[in-house]
Structures are given as C-alpha cells and as structure tokens.
Design a protein around this ligand. Sequence first.
Ligand code: SAH
Length: 518
Amino acid sequence: MTAEARGLVYLVGAGPGDPGLITVRGHQLLRVCDAIATDALANPGIVDGARRANPAVQVYDVGKRGGDRASWSQDDINALLVRLGREGKRVVRLKGGDPFVFGRGSEEALALAAAGVAFEIVPGVTAGIAAPAYAGIPVTHRGLATSVTFVTGHGDPTKDEPDVSWASLAQAGGTIVLYMGVKTLPGISRALLEAGMSVDTPAAAVQWGSHARQRTVVATIATLADAIMHAGLSAPVITIIGDVVALRDQIAWFERRPLFGRRIVVTRASAQAAGVRDALLELGAEVLEMPALRIEPLDDARERLARTTFQEYDWVIFTSQNAVQIAWDALRSAGRDARAFAALRIACIGRATNDSLLTHGLSGDVVPARFVSEGLLDALAARDDVRGRRVLYLAAEGARDVLPDGLRALGCDVDVISLYHTTPDETDREALRKAMSSSHVDAATFASASAVRGFLDAIGAALARTVPAISIGPITSDAIREAGMTLAAEANEASVTSLVETTRAFLTATEHAAPGQH
Ligand code: SAH
C-alpha cells in the first residue's frame, strides 16, 4: 500500500461549544488521529483533551479570525488538508457545530475529492438546534411550528441583491433560525415585517450557546435588534424568530443551574482537580483551569532504572501516577517488565497511584489512609517489616525529604531515584493571567497548600489577592492567609464533594456580579 492510499481526512462536527456535545465517533477519532486542523468555533477544550490523550498529535489552529493575526484562507485550509492526506496522515478537520451547516465543510470535501484524497464526514450538533435548546427554545412544537428554516444572515437584504427570499420565509410561518446575522438583523427584521410578519412575533438571540458564558436576549421581531445592541451581544449569535420562543419561560434550564454565570478558577491540574472542575461545570459554572505542569522524564533516571538490581531491595515506593508511568517506560525500554518487582513489597502514596500500578498487574502492599508523605511514613512505621530494610524511592525531582529522612530514622537504607521534573507551561500561565484580568472571577478553589503556591507563582500575588479563595482544609487555609489572600470559606471535610459544596454555598450566598440572563 502506498502512503497516499492510507491518508484519510475526517470532517468532524465539534458541536456548538459544550464539549459533551461532540459525537462518540468524533471523540474516538481525535484520540487516534495524526493531525487536527481546528476552527475558531470548536471548543478549545476538546482539542486540549485530545492532546492529553494523544500527545503526539500535530495541531493546526486554522480558525479564520479577522484582524492582524496571520489567518488562514479557505484555499490554504483546503491545501493543508490535501497535503496532510497525501502524506498518508489520518487528519481530523474539526469544525464548530456541524461541518455541512454553514461550515464550508462541503467545499473542503470537494477539494479533497478533486485531489483524490479519501475523506469521511462525521456530523455534529449544529448551533441552530443546540443554542435554542440550551436557551429553552424548541425549534418545532406541535401547534406552534411545523417547520424550521436554517438561514444565513450573512448578506444584508438592504444592500446586496438578497439571496434569501425573506418574504416567503415570513409567509411560511415556521421557525426561522438565523446564523451569522447579528449585524444584518435590522435589515432582515424590516424585510420580514414588510412581508407581513406580525410585529409581535417573539424573537430571541443566543450568544455562545451551550457555553458556560451563554447569554440570551428575548424580545419581538420589531425590537430584537435594539435589545441585542443594548445588551452588547456580538458574534457568535443564533437568532430564533417564531412563536416557539415563548416556550422559553417554561423550558429554560441551562441558565437556571445554580452556578450559571459564575467564573471559578480551579487550581492545580490533577485527577482531583478534574473532579472539582467537572462538578462545578455540572452546576453551570464557567471554569478557568490552572495550567498543567509539563512532566519531563530525566534521562539519567532511565539509565539508573535500567541498571538497578531490584532484588537488592525489600521495598519500592511510588509517590505518583507519573512515577509509575515513567518507571514503566524505562523498564520496558530496558526489555524488562513487572517481574522486576516480583520479590519486593510495594508502597504507594494514594489510591490513584495504586490504580496506575494495577494497570500493570501490581498492587500496593501499603496504601495509607492519608494521601501525603507523612501518612505513608506513619503507615510504614506501624509495620514490623520496614525497620532496617532496604528501600528504593521513586520520586519527582525536588520531592520533599519527609519520606527518605523518616525511613532513615527507622534504620532503613534508602536509595532515591528522581524520575522526572515538572515545569510550568508559560503560554498557559499567560492565558490564565489574561482571562483573569479581562473579566471578573468569583472564586478560586484550592485542594492543597502547594496549589496555593502554584497559583501565586503562576499569576503573581497582586492578581491572586483579588480572588476569594475556597480551601479544602486547615493547612491549605493557613497557606492562603500567609499569601495575603482572602479566605472566603473552608470545606468541612477534605474531599472533592465537600470542596464543591462549600464553593456552591459561598457563591449562592454572594451577589452575582456577572451579566445574567435577560
Ligand atoms: N457549522 C456551524 C455554523 C458555522 S457558521 C454549525 O453547524 O453550528 C458560524 C455561525 O454559527 C455564527 O456566526 C453563529 O451564528 C453560529 N454559531 C456557532 N456556534 C454558536 C454558538 N455556540 N452559539 C451561538 N451561535 C453559534
């Protein structure tokens, strides 16, 4: 088979914004493809998730933005897809909503067909259905609307030769869903009214539909353009015209979630932080995430592990999922496997680390109740097979000395191998600083004292002190006070559930500053 024959371009709908609204097939393809070419309207979180699951993937951000940034023309995008396809790559061309609904996906398909590059289409949830649904507006309803028309407002009916027959749409009587029509709405409304549409016809505009920052404005066809201007809505906006809009009063649900419209920073990228993030998103909050730390394996660690005679030790200690992963990669590249640890007892810091070990067929003999170094040391000290033994400690560079020092005090002979170091991602930090200074943040959650330090490091003390801090427990609260930040609330119990519940209680008791629904 030639390389050319293997290339395949998937035109994939990313859905309207909520990352949960991509199809299962789209999600799977993102995890196995060689390259992603993404739109400005596809939620960047979807691409971030794909990058985490598929670190080798090449990402091209071909969002066609106006302004001074070098932007991609449709011809450039077509040429890129053809080139990648010819190189034999599996490419996901990720497009906001559905690729074939005002998405120019069909033009890309035609270019690929002309170039003889194989392609497939993966439809998506289009904004014209999802944005109304998230605003509580069904596009059809028995007795109110038996048809729906998706129409582009791109051309101004008062200036251009109209491509759209607004008069027949006004007479058809179904729901009209308008894409790309914020600026041209005054002219479109006039054309519809002139064709006999009732001035009382309800109309709504939904900006950033299905995103946490969704905003909805409801008026009538005669007043909507003014109402949009007054509220300051700008693209991306879907406009819905028709009697179905009246059902929003009863059906609106998304904007009634308890934390809708609130912005919260979740510090520290970790499995635990992901739990906090997901729970806050479910409550309707907009979540800004702390930049993940880059994990970089240390070269000499690989060599040291490859040379280690594991039988010389009685215990091995893993203190993170990363340590397990990197140790495994090193072992595998030295042609070894789980049997290297066969005769050893294993200690790990917590359940997540133990779960990682389980995926390699091993399970910790000691997993402490408190997932910190002190907790592990106490658990080891309580046993009668630790004192005076030989211990191999696999750690992050710069890890605290609590464990090795404590074990040495128990008469153990401890060797430490630093497997990796962590460095912050400067671009991500800058993005967080920008997001935080450009608009109000209601709270930041902290699940550890080190998360407090990481937050200060990432955005600087001045900005950090502007945000009410929610803490998981007393030690974290001390760190927050020491940093000169405002401790807004402390969880009753050191758990994700309690941290989320405390955040919710704090925010529902405080004034809502962000722009709300209309
Ligand atoms: N292929 C896309 C549409 C692309 S055209 C789809 O199927 O949804 C771009 C227009 O889509 C925007 O100007 C806006 O009218 C609409 N749009 C896309 N995402 C939106 C969103 N989350 N909320 C409101 N409108 C959106």
